[in-house]
Design a protein around this ligand. Structure first.
Ligand SMILES: NC(=O)c1ccc[n+]([C@@H]2O[C@H](COP(=O)([O-])OP(=O)(O)OC[C@H]3O[C@@H](n4cnc5c(N)ncnc54)[C@H](OP(=O)(O)O)[C@@H]3O)[C@@H](O)[C@H]2O)c1
Length: 307
């Protein structure tokens, strides 16, 4: 398949790759995992797609369905040795593409392959999120806001942590039930318990890592679910897991998601008219400025490159 990429988006991972924090990337690597575009040409044996179809490449091109396998890891787009999507044209096998939601523009759909799918996999596929649940998300970046939007659509209540009172307001407008400033309220776990009548939250998107993990455990309700996702404060959180046992709770490690998960997410996005939150758009020549913007943490939601 030859795919003409129309838009790409940045993830925190792209910053980690640029800084060499995810191992050495090949010199000349084409960055970014997340993009969307249309089919420009198909090979003779392609059966699934036609020229003009609106598609996105899978973050893990080989993880089409079923359980994750470690062998899928090295092919993750835009890292290590695997070129990504910051290109006018990419060549992919037909199985490595998924259709994008009809209701989204290319720019909006370009935010889904890593950020959207990770939040979906964590909350819906593994978490079984539903009405009456409570969700905690950390920050107002890509994964966190998708978590807020999916949870709101499922009639769950979401608490958003942010270092910015301005962003807390925007999160409330987007459907957050409660918010807290994790800078001015560093003991946010106490605040979470206070606003939940000391019950805690049933689902947590753990994005912080070592500095947030213990607070997440304390903010978790009995029988709750932590999705271990992020590394904002470093790799390798260490915790005394006895609380998990005492409250019959669970932790799932989450690593993006499969093509099957993506298809279900796209249907949900169409059905619930969810619009990914794009903070800023950049031209190709402005990619370095987009990296700087990501590093600054000023963004609310996603940063997108127009191609
Ligand atoms: N496991 C996976 O499959 C997977 C997939 C995607 C992402 N991730 C990881 O998940 C995390 C989120 O990724 P992303 O791309 O959504 O990030 P992002 O868009 O860059 O999010 C940045 C925002 O996160 C918030 N933040 C930063 N440090 C924080 C901290 N210590 N505590 C709470 N919030 C903090 C800030 O929000 P405020 O300005 O509101 O404070 C910041 O603006 C990253 O660690 C990333 O590596 C993992």
């Amino acid at each position: 398949m030859l795919v003409r990429i129309k838009a790409a988006s940045l993830n925190y991972r792209d910053l980690l790759i640029l800084r060499g924090q995810l191992g050495k990337a090949r010199e000349g690597l084409i960055p970014f995992s997340d993009g969307a575009g249309e089919v420009a040409a198909v090979g003779a044996e392609v059966t699934r797609w036609r020229v003009g179809d609106r598609v996105a490449p899978l973050f893990y091109p080989d993880w089409t369905a079923g359980r994750f396998r470690e062998a899928y890891g090295p092919a993750a787009l835009g890292g290590g040795d695997a070129d990504g999507v910051l290109a006018d044209l990419v060549v992919m096998p037909e199985t490595a593409l998924v259709r994008i939601p009809q209701s989204l523009s290319f720019e909006e759909a370009a935010t889904l392959p890593c950020a959207g799918l990770t939040a979906w996999h964590a909350l819906v596929v593994r978490g079984g999120l539903g009405q009456g649940d409570t969700v905690l998300v950390q920050g107002t970046g890509g994964v966190a806001l998708f978590g807020l939007q999916f949870a709101t659509a499922l009639k769950a209540r979401t608490i958003v942590l942010s270092s910015s009172d301005e962003k807390r307001k925007r999160a409330t407008e987007l459907g957050a039930w409660k918010t807290a400033n994790y800078r001015t309220t560093p003991e946010w776990d106490v605040e979470v318990r206070r606003v939940t009548d000391n019950i805690g939250v049933s689902h947590i998107l753990e994005l912080g890592g070592p500095d947030t993990f213990d607070r997440s455990l304390r903010a978790l309700a009995a029988a709750g679910h932590i999705a271990q996702i992020g590394v904002f404060t470093g790799f390798g959180p260490q915790s005394n897991l006895i609380r998990l046992q005492l409250i019959n709770a669970s932790i799932d490690g989450i690593n993006v998601g499969s093509g099957e998960h993506f298809a279900a997410m796209s249907d949900f996005i169409d059905a619930h008219a969810i619009k990914p939150i794009i903070d800023k758009r950049f031209a190709f020549a402005e990619v370095p400025a987009a990296y700087d913007e990501l590093a600054s943490g000023r963004h609310f939601g996603k940063l997108v490159i127009q191609l």
